[in-house]
Design a protein around this ligand. Structure first.
Ligand SMILES: [Mg+2]
Length: 149
């Protein structure tokens, strides 16, 4: 499956809503962002199960910076869709959803936004919504994936 992850509130904290992986002072200096504890473990596990992992965010971050941040933590991902591309594509297709993963060939999207959860029902795409404060988020993603598959 092609699985996309949201960034803010899902893999990268907005404030201090979840624990994060260790980051060196140099990394911090270089602008490497914090990442959710267990993100690497989960993504690598999914990749071992032959899933392709991508990033789908409505932020305007620089794609290279996103890739460098993830690589710092040992995470390699496929495609990155940021808001610039998202807005363009959804506009062309006349989709009024804030995110619509199928248009980028993402089979399943993982996000913290309840709004995205509502959209997934309205526009009929597969999504798993994880609360930012959920400490068992890895297990919950895996369990919810079993129900989807
Ligand atoms: Mg989010």
């Amino acid at each position: 499956m092609n699985i996309s992850f949201d960034l803010d509130g899902t893999l990268i904290p907005k404030e201090e809503e979840f624990e994060t992986e260790k980051r060196s002072r140099i990394a911090k200096f270089l602008g490497i962002e914090k990442i959710r504890k267990g993100a690497r473990e989960l993504i690598i596990d999914l990749q071992k199960h032959n899933h392709n992992i991508h990033i789908y965010t409505t932020s305007f971050r620089n794609k290279i910076k996103i890739r460098i941040t993830l690589q710092y933590y040992g995470i390699r991902i496929g495609r990155i869709i940021t808001q610039t591309e998202n807005q363009k594509k959804l506009k062309i297709q006349c989709i009024s959803s804030s995110k619509y993963p199928p248009v980028f060939n993402f089979d399943l999207h993982i996000d913290d936004s309840k709004g995205v959860g509502i959209e997934s029902e309205r526009y009929n795409f597969k999504a798993i919504i994880i609360d930012p404060t959920d400490e068992n988020w890895i297990e919950n993603v895996k369990n919810k994936m079993k129900n989807i598959a």
